[in-house]
Design a binder for this molecule. Structure first.
Ligand code: NAP
Ligand code: F7E
Length: 326
């Protein structure tokens, strides 16, 4: 039987490499979209030791023709749209760019599928940031209304609905994974978890004296990226396309993350090292996110494996090792 093919955008980011590894283990042929760079950074793929197992193709989420051409020539079985300007903080200063990549990018891909490869199944990387301020009894699920709090969140609401719309209008197999925060040792350094674990490792090794952070009271539902890519895959294997919330069902504050990260290296007086810096606070905050992933459990048979404590420990260990190896 011919190998299944997957086309992954965002292959150099955090989720792209975990998903590629997962699909390669299932014998997929994996194409990864990279944009034009003088020096592309393959370090996340190197970390997972799959750099040479992916077929790289060049294009850009802002360049419709490049995407049309790639879908037309590859005609993949599955497209996973993970590319995004994904940092909420930067989206306030670069709202237009964020919108072009995150909202128009998926539209271009969906048009490419509609015209050139209508049997291709499409996964859209939707996000809990779409919920923003909304709660249903303290949690968010597939029925919770959206109230995004950043240009990033707003751009993702467009992408969510255009994905639903192409399913309803043209019968395409499209699915939204509404993923809550997920992290790993290859999480971008700007995001709070990795910033903390990197900072703690440097402090532990005497390479730094302080860790500058913004709002310590914000709460997130943090899981492990390696667990979450399985849910993406499962969504595209169902009989019918649908949208699913993916998270752990637990919520922890940034402060709890900080405390645990310091504790894991034997530092208990964490307040000595943490400096609150207003530059890391946002014009509008998302105060509290907690998933209710019951639908994914029931229909996809998916549940997370790595606990909050294990995640913190895993990330701190990886950062310590990085500096020790240097
Ligand atoms: P990430 O590490 O920021 O990776 C995003 C990738 O998108 C990068 O590899 C980047 O490429 C690529 N990209 C950005 N602009 C592009 C463009 N114009 N053309 C082509 N590629 C472009 O994000 P992630 O954490 O892996 O997240 C994957 C997806 O899930 C994103 O869509 C994110 O918004 C969404 N999401 C993430 C989370 C989470 O907690 N991680 C939760 C919910 C949803 P370069 O390497 O070339 O910059
Ligand atoms: O912030 C607070 C900050 O940048 C988490 C993206 O993957 O997940 C991510 O978005 C919280 C916020 O992630 C600092 O204010 C405090 O409340 O790690 P973050 P995010 O904004 O939740 C969602 C699901 C996505 O879809 C996004 O793509 O931590 N915080 N102090 C800080 N945040 C940062 N970055 N830096 C600080 O110093």
């Amino acid at each position: 039987m011919a190998k299944k093919t997957a086309f992954i955008t965002g292959i150099l980011g955090q989720d792209g490499p975990y998903l590629a590894k997962f699909l390669l283990e299932k014998e997929y042929k994996v194409y990864g979209l990279i944009r034009r760079y003088s020096n592309p950074n393959f370090s996340n793929l190197d970390y997972l030791e799959i750099t040479h197992n992916v077929d790289y193709v060049e294009g850009d989420m802002n360049d419709e023709a490049s995407l049309l051409n790639l879908i037309r020539t590859i005609r993949p079985d599955e497209v996973y749209n993970l590319a995004a300007q994904s940092f909420v903080g930067s989206s306030f200063d670069q709202a237009k760019l964020t919108t072009e990549i995150n909202a128009l990018g998926p539209l271009y891909l969906l048009n490419a599928i509609k015209y050139f490869s209508p049997t291709t199944r499409f996964y859209q990387a939707s996000t809990s940031e779409m919920f923003g301020l909304q709660h249903t009894n303290g949690y968010q699920d597939e029925n919770t209304p959206f109230h995004p709090r950043s240009p990033y969140g707003v751009s993702k609401v467009y992408a969510y609905w255009i994905t639903v719309n192409y399913r309803e209008s043209y019968g395409l197999f499209t699915a939204n994974g509404i993923l809550f925060n997920h992290e790993s040792p290859i999480r971008g350094i700007q995001f709070v978890t990795r910033k903390i674990t990197d900072g703690v490792a440097k402090i532990k090794l005497g390479l730094s004296k302080e860790l500058r952070l913004g709002n310590l009271e914000a709460k997130r539902d943090w899981g492990f990226a390696g667990d979450y890519v399985e849910a993406m895959y499962l969504m595209l294997q169902q009989k019918n396309p649908d949208d699913y919330v993916i998270g752990t069902g637990e919520s922890h504050s940034v402060k709890e993350f900080v405390k645990l990260a310091f504790k894991s290296v034997g530092i208990f007086d964490w307040e000595k090292y943490v400096v609150i810096d207003p530059q890391f606070k946002r014009p509008a905050e998302v105060p509290n996110l907690k998933a209710k992933p019951d639908k994914a459990k029931k229909i996809l048979g998916w549940s997370p494996k790595v606990s909050f404590e294990e995640l913190v420990e895993m990330m701190v260990r990886a950062d310590l090792k990085r500096y020790q190896n240097k």
